[in-house]
Structure formats: C-alpha cells, structure tokens
Ligand binder design. Structure first.
Ligand SMILES: [Zn+2]
Length: 287
C-alpha cells in the first residue's frame, strides 16, 4: 500500500510540474536564418541576444557575385563570431546549389566545403542541413546521412511534428514582407507537441527582396515571442531530446531502419512521442 501511495505521489508531482511549466510556455519555436546575409550579424544577432533566443544560421557562399562584399553577406569571421555568441551554424551548401541538379559527388563536395571552413575556424561541425531553394532529392539522402546530418529543413508552410515527420524533410514557415497574419498563424501552430520552425532571410534583404523581412517587423515578431513566453531555440536543440532516446527509437526517428513488427513500431513511436513531449512541454527538463 505504501508503495502505491509513493508512486501516486510521484506521478501527481510530475503532472503538476508539467502543468505549471506548460502554463508559463506557449510552445517551441525554432528560428532559422538562411543565406548568410550581412544583417544576420549586425541586426538579427543583437536582437536575439537581447531576448535570450537561440537560432540556427544556415550559411553558404551565395553565388551571385557579391559574396565577399561584407556590406551584403557575412564574412567567415562574422560567422565564427555568431558561433561564439552561442548560435548554431548549419550547412546550406557551398554555392546554394539545388541538390537535384548536381551529382552525388558534387553534393558531397558542396557539404564538405562548409564543414571544412567551420573546422578551420573552430566552429562545431554542422549537423543540420537546409535545402537551397527548398529543392529536395530523395536520391541524395545517403549523402546527407554519410556526412552525419540529423535533420534537413524544407519549406512547406506547416509545423514540424517530430512524431510523424521524417527528420530529413523538416517543414518550416517562410517569413517575408509584412505578412503578420501568416506569422501569427505559424506561431499558433507551436502547440500540441508540434514545433514551429521559421525560415527567415535578410532583415532587411535588399539582394533578395522576395524574401525581405523589414527590421521593424522582425523586432515586433521577436517581442511577440518573448512577451508570450515561447521557447525559442536552434535546430540543434531538437537533438537534445533525440540524444536521450533509446537506440531503437532513435533509429525510427531517423527513418533509416525498416522495423520488422507492428508492435515494435508502436512501442518505439510511443517512447519517442513521450520523450519529445516532455522536452516540448517542459522547458526546464534535462532533455
Ligand atoms: Zn537559401
């Protein structure tokens, strides 16, 4: 009897703690910034630090003839500084190349260039990838796996559901212009164990006006996330939950292994959902 009382008390405590944290947090939002725009260092990073937000910067050397012009694109020195500020550096290929238009070897070369640059500067090896122009190619997945990538981000205009979505096709919302309704819709999706991932380009983005986000609009969005208690993190923070999964669940999560029985699938999926749910709901949890 005593045992049952203790177990009941422990379960009650866990639920109470989860509910308490849930009441303080609205959900999880992952910020991703593409194309190594100069404004990421001079405008975006200080605002993120002001609020204590995490973010992933998917970098490349944009092949429009302007890379190297530090008034338009980040220098590698600035990318290193972003890393030292605590932000994640992700891989967006060397030349922002649509991966369906190049060979397996060329993709490997495109990935290696960014990885080697990071290594030479003491930046942690990128473990997350973003498809340039959201162009996917399933035939290239073995290349991403062989380089150790854990997730690869696409567009899709919907929230990421870790229990259902293939981590090699992680969906995101593309922020641009002053479309506040789209932003608030995207953020509202960050609930019920789903994660809203925002893809943002330059703030502002004069070279690519079709994905421009005005500075005042960006400031308003970040203040909204802060004022409404969203947990705002980088892509790599998803791997904190991933790292604590049992091996079989991890295999399922990475969608590399064909499971042989239905029951095994259900058990793995349930354990994954529980672990990720704890992480999404409880911002203070160790995982
Ligand atoms: Zn891009």
């Amino acid at each position: 009897m005593k045992k049952f009382i203790i177990i009941f008390f422990l379960i009650y405590s866990c639920v109470a703690i989860a509910q308490k944290d849930n009441s303080r947090r609205n959900g999880t939002v992952i910020l991703t910034f593409d194309d190594a725009c100069e404004s990421h260092y001079n405008i975006v990073a200080p605002i993120l630090k002001q609020y204590g937000f995490g973010a992933t910067f998917f970098v490349c050397e944009f092949p429009d003839g302007n890379f190297g012009d530090t008034t338009k694109y980040l220098s590698w020195h600035q990318i290193k500084q972003l890393s030292e500020m605590g932000f994640e550096i992700g891989n967006h290929t060397w030349h922002h190349t649509n991966i369906n238009s190049i060979s397996v070897d060329s993709l490997s070369h495109e990935l290696s260039y960014i990885e080697n640059k990071c290594k030479s500067l003491g930046i942690p090896k990128p473990v997350n990838f973003a498809y340039p122009a959201y162009v996917i190619d399933s035939a290239k997945l073995p290349v991403l796996y062989s380089h150790g990538y854990l997730t690869a981000r696409i567009g899709g205009d919907r929230a990421y559901n870790p229990s259902n979505d293939n981590p090699m096709f992680v969906p995101s919302f593309t922020i641009k212009d002053n479309n506040s309704n789209y932003f608030y819709h995207a953020i509202a999706e960050a609930a019920a164990n789903k994660i809203t991932i925002l893809t943002i380009h330059g703030v502002p983005d004069e070279l690519h006006p079709w994905v421009n986000t005005p500075v005042d609009v960006f400031k308003r969005y970040m203040k909204y996330l802060y004022d409404h208690h969203y947990r705002v993190v980088a892509m790599r923070d998803v791997q904190k939950a991933y790292a604590f999964m049992p091996n079989e669940s991890r295999d399922f999560f990475s969608a590399e292994i064909k499971l042989d029985t239905v029951s095994k699938t259900i058990i793995n999926k349930l354990s994954m959902v529980i672990l990720l749910s704890i992480w999404v709901i409880n911002p203070e949890s160790a995982i």
